[in-house]
Ligand binder design. Structure first.
Ligand SMILES: [Cu+2]
Length: 145
């Protein structure tokens, strides 16, 4: 019986540690003391909705759909903005940069990023969440043929 208690105890601590982050927005208005204590930012994840990273991409115009979700709940979160950069590492030269235009998509948490892959090879796309509450940075790699 003692063993069971020992197992359950850390689990309940875990649940306590996780719950405030999930409901930060709800908690904020009702209990200001807790907000100041939990001032750390919530962690978000940026998912690539399209294109399929495994799919072969052709050189030229490219459109990506990115979705920001709360890492704890998996629910899409409406963040202030998303910075997206596209670059290609070049031998003996500075990285080649692609211009990326980001616009919010219709669905909450989603952004459309359009760029131009001007060269065949590996492109690194980095998406960074800009938001007072959520923090995330995710890198995606595309093989452009
Ligand atoms: Cu290049």
């Amino acid at each position: 019986m003692k063993k069971l208690i020992l197992i359950l105890l850390p689990l309940s601590f875990l649940a306590f540690a996780c719950s405030p982050a999930q409901s930060d927005t709800n908690v904020a208005s009702t209990t200001p003391t807790e907000t100041t204590q939990n001032k750390q930012e919530s962690i978000a994840t940026v998912n690539l909705v399209s294109p399929d990273p495994q799919a072969e991409l052709s050189m030229g115009d490219a459109e990506m759909i990115l979705e920001v979700v709360d890492s704890a709940t998996g629910e899409p979160v409406k963040v202030e903005s998303l910075d997206v950069s596209a670059s290609m590492p070049m031998d003996g030269m500075d990285d080649m940069m692609g211009k990326v235009e980001v616009t919010p998509a219709d669905e909450p948490g989603r952004f459309k990023a359009t760029t131009y892959f001007g060269m065949q090879g590996t492109w690194n796309v980095v998406a960074s969440v800009k938001d007072p509450q959520y923090q995330a940075q995710q890198e995606f790699t595309f093989e452009v043929k």
